[in-house]
Write a protein that binds this ligand. Structure first.
Ligand SMILES: Cc1cc2nc3c(=O)[nH]c(=O)nc-3n(C[C@H](O)[C@H](O)[C@H](O)COP(=O)(O)OP(=O)(O)OC[C@H]3O[C@@H](n4cnc5c(N)ncnc54)[C@H](O)[C@@H]3O)c2cc1C
Length: 249
């Protein structure tokens, strides 16, 4: 099935023109149609629109003072690009030692390839990735964290999967984001719990979340249904000295 994204600069400029950044700072973490994100990433990735144009559009809309969150996100992209320009292929190696034990499985499990893990939050996200070539940032984080910390896959396996399907698939942004989740390029691993999924995927009108109708919720076998403390002990053996990294960007 072809993606609904239309390619090219004209389509990118149209997407930029209709983007209303008013609620961006408060809804960027949301996953689903209620999210205020721009969906500009394929156009930025392929050079159809520039970061300067993207920045100028929102500054003209909101003023510089209210555009901070937006500019910060554009800056993340630029930061990853600069690292890639400096370090080249080295970005595919661990940047730092991992802060928690990591797995080394190097083949992609069938249930992930088929989007049939039995966990709605994972399966719907993977389906979205496979069919549209786009995934909300927070959902990217959930999937990456699941593959790395629950399924113990080498982070490169997940990074390859994302790169294969994402229309914005980018060596720098993708690889270094995976390292950030794994803790090989951050001070702690990223992981999440069910409460986090429900909070950020709740649709405004229907009230449904990615957990609605999930078989794992019904059978009380959701691997994310626990406190952060319990999850941390289960996933990493011990609790970190500092607070675990929950959602922060
Ligand atoms: C595991 C993982 C893999 C990722 N892989 C990619 C990738 O291959 N290509 C890619 O462009 N982004 C990647 N990202 C970053 C981010 O998820 C996407 O840029 C964002 O979801 C794109 O959607 P949007 O255009 O609606 O974003 P918006 O929130 O509207 O942001 C506007 C633009 O800012 C940039 N941006 C926003 N957030 C980030 C971020 N965290 N890091 C870097 N740039 C950002 C993008 O160019 C984006 O188009 C990844 C994140 C994670 C956690």
């Amino acid at each position: 099935m072809p993606s609904s994204f239309v390619g090219g600069r004209r389509a990118g400029l149209k997407q930029l023109r209709v983007f209303n950044a008013q609620s961006y700072a408060t809804t960027r973490n949301a996953v689903g149609e209620h999210s205020g994100v721009s969906k500009l990433s394929p156009y930025i990735r392929h050079g159809c629109i520039t970061l300067t144009e993207a920045r100028a559009h929102v500054v003209a809309q909101l003023g510089a003072g209210h555009s901070v969150k937006w500019i910060q996100e554009l800056a993340w992209r630029q930061f990853w690009q600069l690292l890639y320009a400096r370090d080249g292929e080295k970005i595919y190696e661990n940047y730092e030692e991992a802060k928690v034990p990591l797995g080394h499985d190097s083949s992609l499990p069938r249930d992930i390839a088929d989007a049939r893990t039995g966990l709605h939050c994972m399966d719907r996200s993977l389906e979205q990735l496979y069919t549209t070539g786009y995934l909300y940032n927070h959902a990217r984080m959930w999937v990456a964290s699941y593959l790395i910390h629950h399924r113990k896959l080498d982070w490169r396996v997940g990074a390859r999967l994302f790169h294969t399907f994402l229309l914005d698939g980018d060596p720098a942004s993708n690889t270094l984001s995976w390292q950030w989740i794994a803790s090989t390029f951050s001070s702690k691993p990223y992981f999440f719990n069910r409460e986090n999924v429900e909070k950020f995927s709740r649709e405004r009108v229907s009230g449904e979340t990615l957990c609605t109708g999930c078989p794992a919720a019904k059978t009380k076998s959701c691997p994310f249904d626990a406190s952060y403390e319990a999850l941390e002990t289960r996933l990493f053996g011990t609790q970190q000295r500092r607070e675990p990294r929950r959602y922060q960007r």
